[in-house]
Design a protein around this ligand. Structure first.
Ligand code: AHR
Length: 327
């Protein structure tokens, strides 16, 4: 109820100030004139995981709630499609561009074009690596380095009494993407200087369930005595669990499994004893994206970085208190 009230107030505030700031004479001359609707161009990177589909839904539903006209384009896992989508938003002269960059590099030119056209850009979920940071107005999403640290902290606690070496295999996300880089960095940061822990192999499963299974089969064949799987997302983890079970091993018992995201199926897998820990990374940020987009459309400043508030789910928690996840 409070949230609805907040949304209504935000939208009213927006319309009131937008009308004042941009077209005071017209507003006085013709009070009947229709209010301007914000047009937001959103480039989604693809639909590789339940997380991503949850994120797309969250954006689409929030745009409707806030009365924002959404131009939504799915890039189907291809950076060139994202660049094309952003160029089409510029040509259409949308009020704000929001996008979830598939990888960090390669955005300088298209973002310079958006800046030249005077269209503010908000990064959603993932970060970019550009020479000129003024090419985008801000970022909203998760702290991926912190997620990696949280995964490592659980590992350190869970294996405190294990004999050395603790042999870890790592299934990473898309190479060159911010979650892949950040999670790997944070995880290593806490294990550095602790020779008991060995990351014996790191392999990319591209955040896909099918590849998670395929790569886990390879790992089980090539790496002896795996103690721990650190998987960069739930989709790959669920695929890897299938591979582990087909190999006659018990996920969560013979191999400790640490995952990231917190989708419904992964929380259920903790309950079933097949995953030991899931570091939450929420895709449900649609409302905050709209709030930031409204500010940008009004020419207002926004914070450089807005982080989602997230937690860790473990086999030790009372998960009866965790409601429906929504992704
Ligand atoms: O960028 C967020 C990551 O991308 C999520 O962890 C993963 O599930 C998604 O595909």
């Amino acid at each position: 109820m409070l949230r609805r009230l907040f949304i209504v107030c935000m939208v009213c505030l927006f319309f009131a100030s937008f009308a004042c700031v941009t077209a005071p004479q017209e507003a006085e001359a013709n009070p009947q004139e229709e209010q301007k609707t914000i047009v937001l161009g959103f480039s989604q990177l693809g639909s590789e995981s339940a997380w991503r589909n949850g994120n797309s839904r969250s954006i689409q539903e929030a745009a409707e709630r806030y009365g924002i006209q959404l131009m939504f384009k799915n890039a189907l896992q291809k950076q060139e499609n994202q660049i094309k989508a952003i160029r089409s938003f510029i040509a259409y002269q949308v009020d704000v561009i929001v996008f979830a960059p598939i990888v960090e590099d390669g955005w300088d030119n298209v973002l310079a074009e958006a800046k030249e056209a005077g269209i503010p850009v908000l990064l959603c979920d993932r970060y970019v690596n550009v020479k000129d940071e003024s090419l985008f107005a801000g970022f909203i999403g998760s702290d991926f380095v912190e997620e990696g640290r949280r995964a490592a902290q659980f590992l350190l606690d869970r294996t405190r009494y294990f004999d050395a070496p603790v042999r870890i295999v790592e299934l990473t996300g898309t190479p060159g993407s911010s979650p892949m880089q950040g999670r790997a960095e944070g995880f290593r940061e806490l294990l550095a200087n602790n020779p008991k822990y060995e990351i014996v192999q790191t392999i990319s499963g591209d955040f896909l369930r099918s590849k998670g299974k395929e790569k886990m089969i390879e790992l089980l064949r090539s790496v002896p005595n795996i103690d721990v799987l650190f998987s960069h997302n739930d989709s790959m983890t669920l695929g890897a669990i299938e591979a582990i079970e087909e190999a006659g091993l018990r996920p969560g018992k013979d191999i400790i499994i640490i995952s990231v995201d917190g989708e419904q199926a992964a929380i259920d897998a903790i309950r079933a004893g097949k995953i030991n820990c899931v570091v939450e990374c929420t895709p449900l940020m649609g409302d905050r994206v709209m709030e930031l987009a409204i500010l940008l459309a009004m020419g207002q400043p926004i914070p450089r970085k807005t982080y989602n508030i997230e937690r860790v789910f473990t086999e030790y928690d009372d998960l009866t208190l965790v409601g429906e996840r929504g992704y």
